[in-house]
Design a protein around this ligand. Structure first.
Ligand code: P6P
Length: 335
């Protein structure tokens, strides 16, 4: 983090991006423009979400996505809005989206960047007014400029990310992102249509007493995870699970805590996707001083083989993640 450029709370996202231009090596403003494009789409999606109850755009869309999950109308709207913003922005050649089975070629063959995204995660919570989110990762293409992006461009390890972030559409709407120089949070002011710096240089506590996990599947959890959950209960930790990854992650990032989605009978490889959920949040949490593993391996070092591959996710305060790994190694309760 370049502290001499520590900008005051209240700085607009635009000014922050402009002043931090030096964080983007070798970029001549293209990555800045790409972040602005994402912020624009987030503003539009935020408006659609806030109106969902009034317009007939909440509820199920009546189709399933590539994951076999019931698409919500706002899933489809968010997917369209982000793809359109990235296509019109011109900096992105290829997109990976949770809502689309195959790569999306934007037609910007001169675009130098790849975006992997979950346009609206947790969307089944929309109808009950629970916070939801957008999650994204940005990579530099490996293939030659002037062509469509390739599968190799898209299957890069998380360590190759040049930026990652999320938008949490909650009691307020926030954009939180990193470009590898710390994590900063911006709160949206709808009356002005601007994101303002509200959480500069976020650092997550090294430990905490909040654990987030769907214990409904605990009978089929690995023994080490079962033993860790028992450890949390014996130590009077608080169980907090919203069922919306971005909301659970954001709370744990600020307060300290751990989110666990382990392998289960229903999801033998875990439920969450590597490319546009685990990697994105892993980059952020590591930049904020936390940790993210699949139980045995650093998330960002997993070599992807498929666009929509899933992975177990253990993410949050470093000491808590280390503790889980200790239980998994021992597979017996560790005092
Ligand atoms: P479960 C939402 O579908 C999601 O992808 C995450 O946002 C959330 O943390 C998780 O799945 C909830 O899954 O199996 O607990 O309902």
């Amino acid at each position: 983090m370049n502290d001499k450029l520590a900008l005051p709370v209240g700085t607009t996202l635009d000014r922050f991006i402009m002043r931090k231009q030096e964080d983007f090596p070798f970029a001549s403003g293209e990555l800045s423009q790409l972040l602005r494009d994402i912020a624009l789409a987030a503003k539009i999606v935020n408006r659609e979400i806030n109106r969902a109850g009034l317009l007939d755009i909440s509820g199920a869309f009546g189709q399933q996505n590539v994951q076999g999950e019931e698409q919500q109308k706002l899933d489809v709207i968010a997917n369209i809005r982000f793809i359109r913003a990235l296509r019109n922005g011109g900096e992105v050649c290829t997109i990976i989206s949770e809502e689309e089975e195959d790569l999306i070629q934007t037609g910007n063959k001169k675009g130098r960047y790849i975006v992997a995204m979950d346009p609206l995660d947790g969307s089944s919570n929309i109808d009950v007014n629970v916070s939801i989110g957008t999650i994204f990762s940005i990579y530099r293409r490996c293939s030659e400029v002037g062509t469509d992006g390739t599968m190799e461009d898209c299957l890069q390890a998380g360590t190759q990310q040049i930026a990652a972030g999320y938008v949490v559409y909650g009691s307020s709407t926030m954009l939180v992102y990193t470009t590898g120089n710390g994590v900063n949070g911006f709160t949206y002011e709808p009356s002005l249509g601007e994101f303002f710096l509200s959480h500069p240089n976020i650092k997550t506590p090294q430990t905490g007493n909040i654990y987030s996990c769907n214990e409904g599947g605990s009978n089929s959890f690995p023994e080490g995870i079962k033993n860790y959950i028992n450890y949390c209960k014996e130590n009077n930790y608080s169980g907090r699970y919203i069922g919306s990854l971005v909301a659970d992650f954001h709370r744990n990032l600020l307060k300290g805590g751990i989110y666990i989605y382990p392998p289960t009978a229903k999801a033998p490889n875990g439920k969450l996707r590597l490319l546009y959920e685990a990697n994105s949040l892993a980059f952020i949490v590591e930049q904020a001083g936390g940790k993210a593993t699949n139980g045995t391996q650093r998330i960002m070092e997993i070599e992807p083989t498929e666009l929509h591959q899933r992975c177990p996710l253990i993410i949050g305060s470093t000491e808590m993640v280390d503790k889980v790994e200790g239980f998994l190694r021992a597979e017996v309760p560790v005092s």
